[in-house]
Design a protein around this ligand. Structure first.
Ligand code: MN
Ligand code: MN
Length: 365
């Protein structure tokens, strides 16, 4: 964690910024190893260009912070105290210049909280820290890769559990329960997004909500699931056929698979992120289904299930080793059915490694 803090401190010094205030629980976790949902209470990490880091947290979290291994300063407060007042002196000590520049998470810190911070740090100018931190988080270290490899294996297990329960008449929600029950038995405590199982025509909804639809012969079965494992997410989609599919879904499946594999094969450092989307989209467009691939190719994955980089056609960011992202093209025919295939991909020094491994040839259950 300290290496991550040092990297941000180097940036603060270079940019002549006095301090950074990290306020989202995911960024606090990234820099401290302390994972917590503070609800409406204030949780935050001050990193000073010169000076030691300072975590502010509710008093009830104090022992968990220590357990997480945080051995720098902490200010804790109980519910009757005003946490901002406790910070005033430390900000004065940490930011020596008459007018301070503090980097905040503009995408996360509420306007009300920015005003509170301004009132104790004034005169102060706020700049954004978001892009810098997103850039750090985008490149995973060895420890993060090890955790995310395990998270991906658990997602594979989730798909296997789902397959073992598919039978005529079972509902989408029953399959969801079986997946989550099985994964919880393996120690999974949290799911980063609602486990999704959609049958038949409902598979055409990229963000559909599972319900009481019962499985019938000839249905597509779309399963999109992930786990949150030691703070990191996996995200995996497979589409199966429950019996023979009606036209044109077997063909659509092959097109999606071809698009997905072509984009994955192109992954290596130096390539532009946007070109991956174009490779997949090109194949789907040439097959005549361009209007039915209605989302970007994929997204970065880590502590958040959606993080940088975004795999859309206009992103000219260069792929670097250490990135982890999903590749998940889909074709959705409204009211009829949809196919999506999604894997989690790690960028190596000269190519890629698949973290999710469940087979992808069309499986007729
Ligand atoms: Mn997904
Ligand atoms: Mn995804």
């Amino acid at each position: 964690m300290d290496r991550r803090i040092e990297k941000l401190m180097t940036w603060l010094k270079r940019e002549e910024i006095d301090a950074a205030f990290l306020s989202s629980p995911t960024n606090v976790y990234y820099f401290t190893g302390f994972q917590c949902d503070p609800h409406e209470r204030i949780l935050g990490l001050f990193l000073f260009a010169d000076g030691s880091p300072l975590l502010i947290c509710p008093q009830l979290e104090l022992s968990s912070v220590r357990q997480a291994g945080w051995n720098h300063s902490i200010i804790s407060y109980h519910d009757a105290e005003n946490p901002w007042e406790l910070l005033r002196e430390r900000i004065d000590q940490g930011c020596k210049r008459p007018k301070r520049i503090i980097a905040i998470e503009k995408d996360h810190l509420t306007y009300a909280r920015a005003e509170q911070l301004e009132s104790i740090a004034s005169p102060v100018e706020f700049v954004a820290v978001d892009e810098q931190v997103n850039g750090l988080r985008m490149i995973k270290d060895e420890q993060e890769l090890a955790i995310m490899t395990e998270a991906a294996e658990l997602a594979d297990t989730g798909v296997e559990i789902a397959l073992s329960h598919l039978k005529e008449g079972i509902t989408e929600l029953e399959v969801v329960s079986q997946i989550e029950w099985g994964l919880k038995q393996k120690g999974v405590q949290e799911f980063p997004f609602p486990t999704t199982v959609l049958f038949g025509e409902r598979s055409a909804l990229p963000h559909g909500t599972p319900g009481l639809r019962r499985l019938q012969k000839g249905d597509l079965v779309l399963i999109d699931l992930g786990v949150k494992w030691r703070g990191y997410c996996s995200d995996l989609t497979r589409t199966f056929a429950f019996g023979r599919l009606s036209e044109p879904f077997e063909e659509i499946y092959q097109i999606v698979l071809k698009a997905q594999e072509a984009a994955i094969s192109a992954v290596k450092p130096g390539v532009q992120v946007g070109s991956l989307d174009r490779i997949a989209r090109d194949i789907i467009e040439k097959a005549g289904y361009g209007d039915y691939f209605i989302h970007r190719l994929g997204h970065g994955l880590g502590i958040d299930v959606h993080e940088s980089p975004s795999l859309h056609a206009a992103n000219d960011l260069t792929i670097r080793s250490g990135m982890i992202f999903t590749i998940e093209p889909g074709i959705y025919l409204p009211g009829r059915g949809g196919v999506r295939i999604e894997d989690d991909i790690f960028v190596t020094a000269d190519g890629f490694r698949l973290l999710t491994r469940h087979p992808k040839e069309l499986q007729i259950v």
